[in-house]
Write a protein that binds this ligand. Structure first.
Ligand SMILES: O=C(O)CCC(=O)C(=O)O
Length: 265
């Protein structure tokens, strides 16, 4: 039996965890990073936030902001690049997805203390400018302790298995966003699962899993790193916030090895 301080690796992740991920569309992987690694990655995250933090513009003017963030941090910072390409993270993502994956993006995600409100209920597929996202998934890495009161994520188990007609599949503008109960009548009757994380834990979710995050009521900043690994054969489908892909043609594979490196084959 693993000692309580032993790290989870691609080799020690249990078949039961893989089975649960495939059934539920999310899984909690404890202790993927050591405390020493957490302090290095957290310092890098705090430092990039000082240099380059964007404020989510979705809220009402003057209202507290759900999430502040820095996009594409793996391309901007060598330490955070090491985290997005960390073999334990990519190896576990590969075991969960069961298909070859590329790195798509990586963002530092912050909820400021004492009042950042909850993050909107959504799934990720509709907001991603790509086609062919069958097994695309996010690794949400806790760089501080994230109890419920600090804004951990919650999920609707099994929501990634909804029929096409029960999902918002793609958006080319945020005006097309629809609340999940408008497209999925069963939504209000589905159980919801909240997953607090200790620093160094990771929660993985499928891009079709409905999820949200609570507000931050504590006196400390919530700092996480969200990394998206996409199906290796994904193609460009114009969508929202995709200006940096404007040089691409619709239908063109996202296969540039520098911009979208293969992480598992
Ligand atoms: O960090 C948050 O509050 C939301 C993160 C999220 O929705 C995601 O990583 O897909």
């Amino acid at each position: 039996m693993a000692s309580p301080r032993e790290l989870t690796t691609p080799a020690t992740l249990t078949e039961e965890s893989v089975r649960r991920y495939r059934e539920d569309g999310f899984v909690h992987v404890p202790r993927l990073l050591s405390p020493e690694e957490v302090s290095v990655y957290r310092a890098a995250a705090e430092s990039i936030l000082e240099r380059d933090m964007e404020v989510w513009a979705g809220g009402d003017d003057g209202a507290a902001v759900e999430v502040n963030y820095t996009t594409q941090v793996w391309r901007k910072d060598e330490t955070l690049r090491r985290l997005a390409l960390h073999p334990a993270l990519t190896g576990i993502a590969g075991r969960l997805a069961g298909v070859p994956l590329r790195l798509y993006s990586s963002e530092v995600l912050v909820k400021e203390p004492e009042g950042a409100p909850p993050t909107l209920l959504h799934d990720d597929e509709a907001g991603l400018p790509m086609d062919g996202l069958e097994q695309t998934l996010t690794a949400w890495i806790a760089l501080v302790d994230v109890p419920v009161e600090r804004g951990c994520l919650s999920y609707i188990p099994g929501s990634h298995l909804r029929a096409d007609s029960e999902r918002l599949r793609h958006m080319t503008s945020f005006e097309q966003f629809r609340e999940p109960d408008e497209v999925w009548p069963d939504f209000p009757w589905r159980p919801r699962v909240t997953v607090p994380l200790r620093a160094g834990d990771v929660a993985f979710h499928h891009c079709r899993t409905l999820h949200w995050a609570g507000g931050n009521e504590t006196d400390a900043r919530r700092v996480g790193h969200g990394v998206i690994y996409m199906d290796a054969g994904t193609t460009y489908l114009p969508g929202v916030m995709d200006e940096y892909l404007a040089h691409m043609e619709p239908g063109q594979p996202l296969d540039d090895a520098e911009l979208f490196p293969i992480v598992t084959s």
